[in-house]
Design a protein around this ligand. Structure first.
Ligand SMILES: CC(C)(COP(=O)(O)OP(=O)(O)OC[C@H]1O[C@@H](n2cnc3c(N)ncnc32)[C@H](O)[C@@H]1OP(=O)(O)O)[C@@H](O)C(=O)NCCC(=O)NCCS
Length: 178
């Protein structure tokens, strides 16, 4: 490649499946690679998976699934985003941006007006940089064997369509969190 030519972005592909082994390939085999074990929450696996491979090695992932929700009094659906992960040695190169953009392109074809994700507070500025906004209302989520609980992590939202209304009022996920 000529010295003054910018490198082309790696391709994002739709992954037919995403297993714990795939996640370990990206993040390593640690017990709590997302740093959320302290919440004690039970999470849903995602349904659609987007990934980036570099030299055949899986280095980035974002997952998606469609979830029933009430926003205020309105029963609707959102696209849940989760499992966002980039291998430690290739962070800071825009791979989270890239893989999330592909996931959101797909999310826009699914109907819901918003995408939602949960993250630790130190990641809020990163997601804001990617066009997400923190939600300042409580979000209730299902948990096994208990009444709905208030999500202790930050909730980030991004509109999927120009006409998406602003989210106001309490959000109630009729499922485990993603
Ligand atoms: C969070 C994570 C996915 C980020 O991956 P990454 O590939 O390093 O992210 P990117 O390089 O695409 O950076 C995304 C953007 O955020 C910006 N950014 C990074 N850190 C930031 C910070 N602290 N404040 C503001 N912006 C920040 C980057 O500059 C980039 O913006 P740009 O493209 O305009 O320069 C990665 O650190 C990771 O896998 N962490 C462990 C797993 C995890 O916690 N996942 C999140 C689950 S919610």
């Amino acid at each position: 490649m000529p010295a003054n030519q910018p490198p082309t972005a790696p391709a994002v592909t739709r992954l037919p499946s995403y297993t714990k082994t795939d996640q370990d390939e990206i993040l390593g085999p640690g017990d709590d690679p997302f740093g959320v074990a302290g919440t004690g929450l039970t999470w849903l696996p995602k349904e659609d998976h987007f990934g980036v491979r570099l030299d055949g090695r899986l280095v980035a992932h974002a997952g998606l699934l469609r979830l029933p929700v009430a926003i205020g009094d309105v029963e609707t659906e959102v696209m849940g985003v989760g499992g966002v992960a980039v291998a430690p040695d290739v962070r800071g190169r825009g791979l989270a941006r890239l893989v999330l953009a592909a996931a959101l392109d797909h999310a826009r074809t699914q109907g819901p007006a918003h995408a939602l994700l949960f993250c630790r507070s130190p990641l809020v500025p990163l997601y804001q940089r990617l066009g997400w906004h923190p939600l300042d209302t409580d979000v209730l989520v299902e948990q096994p064997g208990s009444a709905p609980v208030t999500m202790p992590l930050c909730t980030m939202v991004t509109p999927l369509h120009e006409t998406a209304p602003r989210i106001s009022g309490r959000v109630r996920l009729y499922s485990l969190p993603m």
